[in-house]
Structures are given as structure tokens and as C-alpha cells.
Design a protein around this ligand. Structure first.
Ligand SMILES: *[C@@H]1O[C@H](CO)[C@@H](O)[C@H](O)[C@H]1NC(C)=O
Ligand SMILES: *[C@@H]1O[C@H](CO)[C@@H](O)[C@H](O)[C@H]1NC(C)=O
Ligand SMILES: *[C@@H]1O[C@H](CO)[C@@H](O)[C@H](O)[C@H]1NC(C)=O
Ligand SMILES: *[C@@H]1O[C@H](CO)[C@@H](O)[C@H](O)[C@H]1NC(C)=O
Ligand SMILES: *[C@@H]1O[C@H](CO)[C@@H](O)[C@H](O)[C@H]1NC(C)=O
Ligand SMILES: *[C@@H]1O[C@H](CO)[C@@H](O)[C@H](O)[C@H]1NC(C)=O
Ligand SMILES: *[C@@H]1O[C@H](CO)[C@@H](O)[C@H](O)[C@H]1NC(C)=O
Length: 392
């Protein structure tokens, strides 16, 4: 399936090479002084291309040719004078391997306040190993930067991009509407700290499809204020699975609603599909969630609701999660669990989970029937189920 994204990219490159892009102007970063030597900072050329493209009153394209470009940082801010900026990348953008370079930065490459942006192709290499090693060594280290941040933007398309070795999160979508992410590959080491693949928060109408994600943290993480999120044809692993949450860290928090995962494969991940909330008071919620057509290969905690999340046992012990979880459907799910408990609904005593529905589930653990565990979880079940439902 990721072929779709690639064909699209090849098609665009073909158009570009043979006809030039139909409308608007094109800004080639090499013509603006960037060198594909992996050393010279291409940020000034990139920034100039951005100023031209964003200031153009007609559609504009920024073109990154083949080769490795060192980019210190990219701060691409709108609003722009047109709503059709394309960034066509045939090469690799490389961050610095020096962990101090982005120590004060939230993101390495950020697009903010833009309406109408398409990014096609490209590899972005966050060079995160130095930071991971620092974090593993227990020294004090910078938090690390997100490789690609899309913030407060609308009508954004990311197609055929690869993100490798991010310092922290690979791709963050925050405060956005109408975002399509397709044919994207993410790869960070399985023991790399906090390298979530794609994080979506405070956003409306986001669609992530045909993507392969292997990382050291969640393949996809979903934060508060996410509405109408669609995830289709996703391969996840290694990693911590697809996670809604952690929710309910704040006492007042926007909810998550209408989230779908359809057609997904998880390989050797630490969790499968998870909803997670802090065990403390909050007015947050998660509702209208659908997990369907899923295959698990040796996945720990394949089906998991954890409302007692309390890292380091600080500021939560003994408290109940205020997050209300309701209307969650698990449908057509097969495969193998790496833990004896394959279905674990550990819901809040003060806000029990309601409207959970299990349908057509066939999970094994060491060629045996695994267990299902329910605390404060209410709902219904239908179709063949292994393990059997424990819902009240
Ligand atoms: C894109 O990169 C490939 C090699 O990866 C090269 O063969 C091709 O000519 C490049 N196309 C453009 C438009 O630079
Ligand atoms: C990014 O650019 C915008 C506008 O050009 C500026 O206001 C902002 O301070 C810059 N941010 C960073 C982190 O450099
Ligand atoms: C993503 O990975 C798949 C499978 O390895 C590969 O076929 C595809 O070309 C990759 N896509 C990109 C954008 O690198
Ligand atoms: C999400 O995007 C994929 C790929 O373009 C498409 O097939 C699918 O229909 C989209 N889903 C929704 C709900 O728009
Ligand atoms: C739920 O989200 C999907 C896209 O993910 C959208 O097609 C659908 O209309 C939304 N449903 C409601 C009730 O808003
Ligand atoms: C799960 O197994 C059933 C029975 O073999 C099959 O009909 C269904 O297509 C499978 N679903 C997935 C997502 O693999
Ligand atoms: C299954 O996962 C467990 C725990 O992650 C691991 O120890 C084991 O080696 C895996 N088994 C296979 C066959 O991959």
C-alpha cells in the first residue's frame, strides 16, 4: 500500500522534470545556495525559499533535489499569501548530531499557522542516536526536539515522507484541521526514548493511512482534544502500540472523540490498542472509539484500557481517574498475545467504562486461551470470542 504514496511522488517528480509544475513558481533550494554535501547548513536557503513561497500570491513549490542536506533548523511560519504551497523533497534532510544544537528548540522542522501545505517525499533524519545514548547513560540531557511539527494549520498533506532517528517525537500534529498523512514510514530504534511515531492532539479531521511505524515509544499517540481521527492500514512495531492518552493529566481537559483504527498489524509491540488515563481527577473523556480489522503478532497487552496510569507513583496514588471512557468497539481482531491477559479493562472506580463492545475476537497465548480481566467495565459482546468476555 505505501506504494500508492510513492507512485504519487514519482508522478509529481515526472511532472516536475518534464513540464515544470503547472501553476505558480518553483524555488529550488540549490539555486538559492544549498549544498548537498551533508555539512553546509541549508537552513538559510530553505528559509529564503520559504519566504518566497509563502509570500507568493499564487501557488508555489519548494524543491529539494536528491542528496543529503544538513538543516540546522527550519522555522516555516505563516500565514502565507497563497493556500497551495508544495514542498517536493527528493533528498534527505539531516539534523545535527550534536545534542546541544536543538537543546532549546521544541521542533527541528516546524510548519506553523499555514493553510494549504503539501509535503511530498523526502527523508528527514533527526540523527537522534547521540541524544538517546545520553538519555540511556542517565546524565542530564536536553529533552530533544520533535523532527516535524505541524502546528495551528489547516489543509495539510504529508505524502511519502520517511522519518528516521528522531531525537524525540517524529511527527506532531497539534491544533490542526484537515490533515492527511499517507504512505509515511517512521523508523527509530526500539529502545529510543520518547520517539513516538505520530502524535495528534487538539486537532480535527486527521487521516493517517498506509504507513509503517517502528519506534521506541507509541507508534501513534493521541492526546486531548482530538476529534474525527482516522487511521487505516497501519503497520506498527517495534513500539508501544497505538495509544489514546495519556488523558486526564489536567483537571480541565478537552476530550477525545470519534477515533477509528481500521486494518492494522502490530508486531512484537509492548501494547496493542490502548486507552490510558492518569489516576487522578479530570473532566476529560474518550468516546466513540472503533478498533477493527486488527492482527496482533506476539503483542503484549493487545487490548488494554489502563485508567490507573501513575508514573513514579507521584500525585496520583489512591485517586481515581476522572476520565470517562464510553462507546468503545473492538471488532474482528485476531492474533497472538505475548501476555497471559490479552484483554484488560482496568477502568476507573469513580467513572466506570460504559458501552464497551467486543465482537469477533480470536486471540491466543502460547497456543492456549488467554485471559480477559475487567474492573469497572460494562458493555456487550457478540460473535465468537476468545477469550470470553468479562464485561458486566
Ligand atoms: C531523485 O533522486 C533519484 C535518486 O534517488 C535520482 O535518480 C533522480 O534523478 C532524482 N530526481 C530529481 C528530480 O532530482
Ligand atoms: C519562527 O519565525 C517566526 C516568524 O518569522 C518568529 O516569530 C518566531 O519567533 C520564530 N520561532 C523560532 C523558534 O525561531
Ligand atoms: C516504506 O516502507 C515500505 C516497506 O518497507 C516501502 O515499500 C516503501 O517504499 C517505504 N516508503 C517510503 C516513503 O519510504
Ligand atoms: C483516509 O485516507 C485514505 C487514503 O487517501 C482514504 O482511502 C480514506 O478513505 C480516508 N479516510 C477518510 C475517513 O477520509
Ligand atoms: C467520524 O470521523 C470520520 C473521519 O475519521 C468522519 O468521516 C465521520 O463523519 C465522523 N463522524 C461523525 C459523527 O462526526
Ligand atoms: C480473523 O479471523 C477470522 C476467522 O478466520 C477471519 O474471517 C477474519 O478475516 C480475520 N480477521 C483479521 C483482521 O485477520
Ligand atoms: C514474544 O514477545 C516476548 C515479549 O516481548 C519475547 O520475549 C519473545 O521472544 C517473543 N517471541 C517471539 C516468538 O517473537
Amino acid at each position: 500500500m505505501p506504494l500508492v504514496g510513492n507512485l504519487h511522488l514519482l508522478f509529481l517528480l515526472f511532472l516536475f522534470l518534464n513540464h515544470g509544475l503547472a501553476a505558480g513558481s518553483t524555488f529550488n533550494i540549490v539555486s538559492l545556495g544549498a549544498k548537498a554535501d551533508g555539512m553546509t547548513d541549508a537552513s538559510p536557503a530553505f528559509q529564503e525559499a520559504w519566504a518566497n513561497a509563502c509570500g507568493s500570491s499564487e501557488p508555489a513549490t519548494i524543491y529539494v533535489p536528491n542528496g543529503a542536506f544538513y538543516v540546522h533548523s527550519g522555522n516555516f511560519t505563516g500565514p502565507c499569501k497563497n493556500n497551495a504551497i508544495t514542498i517536493l523533497i527528493n533528498g534527505t534532510l539531516m539534523a545535527s548530531s550534536n545534542i546541544q544544537v536543538l537543546a532549546q528548540s521544541q521542533a527541528w522542522i516546524a510548519f506553523r499557522h499555514i493553510n494549504g501545505l503539501s509535503i511530498y517525499g523526502g527523508v528527514i533524519d533527526g540523527q537522534g542516536m547521540g541524544l538517546w545514548n545520553c538519555k540511556h547513560s542517565g546524565q542530564s540531557c536536553p529533552d530533544g526536539a520533535t523532527s516535524l511539527e505541524i502546528f495551528d494549520s489547516q489543509n495539510v498533506n504529508v505524502n511519502g515522507l520517511s522519518s528516521v532517528n528522531s531525537q524525540m517525537f517524529n511527527i506532531v500534529v497539534y491544533g490542526c484541521q484537515n490533515v492527511q498523512i499517507q504512505g509515511v514510514n517512521v523508523s527509530s530504534a526500539s529502545d529510543s526514548p520518547n520517539t513516538d511515531g505520530i502524535h495528534v492532539q487538539q486537532s480535527l479531521n486527521v487521516n493517517i493511512s498506509n504507513s509503517n511505524i517502528g519506534t521506541g515509544d507509541d507508534c501513534i499517540s493521541i492526546g486531548p482534544g482530538t476529534t474525527n481521527l482516522w487511521m487505516e492500514n497501519i503497520n506498527c512495531g517495534p513500539g508501544h502500540g497505538i495509544s489514546i492518552g495519556s488523558l486526564g493529566k489536567q483537571a480541565e481537559e478537552a476530550g477525545v472523540q470519534n477515533v477509528t483504527v481500521t486494518t492494522a498489524t502490530f508486531r512484537g509491540t509492548q501494547n496493542g490498542v490502548r486507552i490510558k488515563s492518569w489516576g487522578r481527577p479530570s473532566d476529560g473523556f474518550a468516546t466513540k472509539i472503533l478498533f477493527q480489522h486488527i492482527l496482533f503478532y506476539n503483542v503484549s497487552n493487545p487490548i488494554f484500557i489502563d485508567q490507573n496510569y501513575c508514573p513514579h507513583q507521584q500525585s496520583c496514588p489512591g485517586q481515581a481517574s476522572g476520565v470517562k471512557i464510553s462507546d468503545v468497539t473492538y471488532q474482528d481482531i485476531n492474533g497472538t498475545s505475548a501476555t497471559e491477559v490479552a484483554i484488560n479493562f482496568d477502568c476507573s472506580p469513580s467513572n466506570p467504562c460504559t458501552g464497551i463492545h467486543l465482537e469477533d475476537i480470536n486471540l491466543n497465548y502460547n497456543d492456549q486461551i488467554p485471559q480477559a480481566s475487567c474492573e469497572n467495565a460494562q458493555g456487550t459482546a457478540s460473535g465468537p470470542l476468545q477469550p470470553r468476555s468479562c464485561l458486566a
